[in-house]
Write a protein that binds this ligand. Structure first.
Ligand code: GLC
Length: 451
């Protein structure tokens, strides 16, 4: 939500409270700034439901805007609604949620908003790769020990908490982690592949006989390509930066050459040429249409793929670890995930924390897992019997989580990412050879790291 829209929304709330507009014109006004009718009605209810009342708690209502990544399952919207009806009602807080499709677009929104010191969003979902960058600019309000005691933090996965920590402070709270997994059609593949060679052979024997394509993944030029590339790279024992010295660029290596040559070979053979335009959702569409034998995606695609109302492959697939190649002996997912942070310029920091706290609680974390197969940050959901019964994917995640590795950690992450995206994409599109792409990537990364 841009600041003019927010001003318009707040103005409409003021007017309906003062009896200066009626219900219909309130709904028209907030509809005109892009609020869905469900969100507009729930906002109206929070304002008292008619033209002259105050918030549901009898006092005034603090309206919060939560901007997040996309959730196609509707679970985020349901949790927002639950918050508004419970804690929100008691404490006079009303959350409106907005979603943006890709992490790159979300970053662009935040960067514009925060450089302008705008508070058009209160609670920001930020990708696991960005807390350090946001913290270095002091764009989020750190979470204190009083707000979130250490004893409770210990119940959450340590990796994501570490990912939100910068210079000893916690700049965001981990809502959920994420990890790349390999989806395979269990009706077509008897033994899931362990190596990339196995996958290629298996894909070639199933497609085009049984499915249109062998393997779909995320090859568009955006953050998802970084994830896909590092996963193959790590599986070949390669790296981007030296594990012991992050100022040393190690990407131009024989392992990286093997990994990138492998990926380039898929485009137009086991993968459609259009894979270089795919983000997560187009890959999932092809997959759910029954058109691919294998797919690389995040756990969110599990619940959706098993929904017979929208998927032709419900109950026909399973997941396994991503393959490895060359001298590698185990596949590695990259660690993804999303964190909730309060905009440092928000005037509603306490109310924002109330909402963040609600999303961290076991009930919300369990709903994310059961309704959307989202891998929450609360450790107990991984062994929860209700979760395991509804989403058997959780029983397979142990070893995948254990071998998952982060993308390079850097306070200049967006520049690191941009260099990887551009150069790897050129190789996939055959606009640069594998060797040329890797030496150009090496040079670009050296320039970023020297800054
Ligand atoms: C998922 C991950 C996130 C990653 C993004 C790439 O949302 O959780 O960490 O950056 O995909 O598209």
């Amino acid at each position: 939500m841009f600041s003019e829209q927010r001003t318009e929304m707040e103005e409409s709330i003021r007017k309906i409270r003062n009896g200066r507009i009626n219900r219909r014109s309130f709904l028209e006004r907030v509809g005109a700034i892009g609020l869905s009718s469900a969100a507009a009605i729930s906002l109206l209810e929070a304002c008292g439901g008619n033209s002259n009342s105050t918030g549901g708690n009898g006092g005034s209502t603090t309206s919060l805007v939560w901007l997040s990544e996309q959730d196609t399952t509707g679970t985020y919207a349901a949790l927002v609604n639950e918050f508004n009806q419970s804690v929100g009602k008691q404490k006079g807080i009303h959350v409106t949620s907005q979603q943006v499709a890709s992490t790159d677009d979300l970053l662009a929104r935040y960067t514009n908003m925060l450089r302008a010191r705008s508070a058009s969003v209160d609670v920001m979902s930020i990708d696991i790769v960005f807390p350090a960058q946001f913290a270095a600019s002091q764009w989020t309000t750190p979470i204190t020990d009083t707000q979130w005691p250490t004893s409770d933090r210990a119940n959450y996965l340590p990796g994501p908490i570490q990912g939100c920590t910068y210079q000893g402070k916690l700049w965001a709270a981990p809502l959920r982690t994420d990890l790349g997994v390999l989806y395979y059609r269990k009706d077509l593949v008897s033994t899931p592949p362990k190596t990339w060679d196995d996958l290629v052979n298996s894909a070639k024997s199933a497609s085009p006989k049984s499915t249109k394509y062998g393997y779909v993944w995320q090859g568009a030029q955006y953050e998802g390509l970084v994830c896909n590339f590092v996963e193959v790279l790590y599986g070949y024992n390669g790296s981007i930066l030296d594990a012991n010295d992050s100022t040393k660029v190690t990407v131009n290596s024989p392992e990286a050459k093997q990994a990138l040559t492998e990926m380039v070979s898929w485009v137009g053979s086991i993968s459609p040429l259009a894979v270089t335009t795919y983000q997560e959702e187009p890959s999932r569409t092809v997959w759910q249409n029954g058109d691919a034998t294998f797919m690389r995606n995040w756990p969110y695609a599990y619940a959706l793929g098993n929904d017979p109302k929208q998927s032709k492959v419900a109950d026909k697939f399973d997941i396994t670890s991503l393959p490895y190649g060359g001298s590698g002996t185990v596949g590695h997912s990259t660690i993804g995930g999303w964190n909730l942070a309060t905009n440092a310029y928000s005037k509603n920091a306490d109310a924002s924390w109330e909402f963040i706290k609600f999303m961290l609680q076991p009930e919300a974390q369990k709903k994310l897992a059961i309704n959307a197969s989202l891998t929450g940050s609360l450790q107990s959901i991984y062994t929860d019997s209700d979760v395991l019964a509804k989403q058997p994917l959780f029983s397979k995640l142990g070893p995948i989580l254990k071998n998952a590795l982060p993308r390079p950690v850097s306070p200049q992450y967006s520049d690191v990412s941009d260099a990887i995206q551009r150069n790897i994409y050129q190789a996939l599109k055959k606009q640069a050879s594998v060797s040329a792409a890797l030496s150009s990537l090496e040079k670009d990364l050296q320039a970023v790291i020297k800054k």
